[in-house]
Design a protein around this ligand. Sequence first.
Ligand code: NAD
Length: 499
Amino acid sequence: MSKHVTHWINGKPFEGAAERRGEIYDPAVGAVSGSVDFASSAEVDAAVAAARDAFPGWRDTSLSKRTSILFRFRELVHAHRDELARLISSEHGKVVADAAGEVARGLEVVEFACGIPHLLKGGFSENVSSRVDAYSILQPVGVCAGITPFNFPAMVPMWMFPVAIACGNTFVLKPSEKDPSAAVRLAELWSEAGLPDGVFNVLHGDKAAVDGLLEHPDVKAVSFVGSTPIARYVYETAARTGKRVQALGGAKNHMVVLPDADLDLAADAAVSAGFGSAGERCMAISVVVAVDPVGDELVAKIKERVAKLRIGPGDDPESEMGPLVTRAHRDKVASYLDSGVAQGATLAVDGRGTPVLGGGADGFWLGPTVLDHVTPEMDCYKDEIFGPVLSVARAGSYDEAMRLVAANPYGNGTAIFTNDGGAARRFQNEVEVGMVGINVPIPVPMAYYSFGGWKASLFGDSHAHGMEGVHFYTRTKAVTARWLDPSHGGVNLGFPTNG
Ligand code: NAD
């Protein structure tokens, strides 16, 4: 039976007919499995109004009450993690184990947000002048919007809303239209946890819904995660309309392998980080930079491992890699195999011939592919492919490898594989990216650190979650207070004069 996904506004499913809808696919079969409503401007207004009306009550809800709701939400998401993972896998295509992993990483942010009473403590300075105290308080900003990509339909929204809501804001989430169901299930679990109606809303749709949120005067902060062109657009538009904005963009993550590295460890890492979730991760390794003379040996080890990867439907426990999200995306990713070869790369592994265990013949399949001898002028190097295509570039030295990483416009994650602590330390110090792995291919920060890239991978100042998330979702107020004290002679007119 075909499912129908609609908005979640003011604590319940939206009742009404959508003017426009999108199709949801089962990527392993290649067929439509349902439809999702696309918001018109009236529905954008309804979601934002629900969030605006819920804000005063939620802002004034005590920290202990907020925390107890967050703890209940944490328990509910944990209890429903398998169901959520299956839902994600059915629309995204990733294997259920990967989907469960994203729910677990999202839960870590909820757990971080459970500590909000501690995180929201301000500063206090007693007696800045005679009987004058100064202190700062962190207050919520109001209605916050989150606009998220298809590749982590639970985890990326959970980078945002647990922190925003814990800080006392209300939230409108616009998830990807390609896999919209997890967001609605999370909304239901919030309600079950006791979150008041209107504090968390889900609005589905495409550019029209996003533009409605960006232009809406009652939306005060926008968190975006997606591709770089849209991140730049969201950043510029939201800033022009006076909102605070953090917009995380695309990536081209390099993994530098120095000659002294453990090549088995490096090959394992390249394969899991290159092909996990079919390469549809913003932290996927897309370029291995092999520093001479290890290139040939490393590629041979990668090929050995790729040959053993099992490709199949996400809900088959035997599958290690699922299909891509849509047919159009699969075809675009596959086009880089031809262009790479035409531009001089070597096809070390051609994923077009990889056998698929089960699934439909029309599923959006592309097996793991390795392009060797890739150079910076090639399209497969310049573009973010966002699929199971691992490029291998060769560098003559550490300095040449560093120049390659530095010249790349993206700066999300980067890894170095080496047994030389000095080289690793130099790399960590010099490299121009937001997240660095040392013998760790996908250095996604823990929830209590913050996630974000540099350069074309982030527009704005704040990374997601951790203390940067708390600062993004709060405004600071500095108070200077003087109380008259009769026991000390009443009126005190002393006051700082400088400032
Ligand atoms: P996308 O940019 O196409 O879409 C992201 C969101 O923007 C979706 O909600 C979509 O509906 C909306 N959108 C799409 N086109 C729009 C337009 N013209 N105007 C306004 N809104 C629009 O990204 P995607 O394909 O869903 O996700 C993959 C991309 O996300 C990759 O580039 C990946 O690197 C990036 N990503 C980045 C991070 C990070 O942390 N930096 C994390 C995950 C994904």
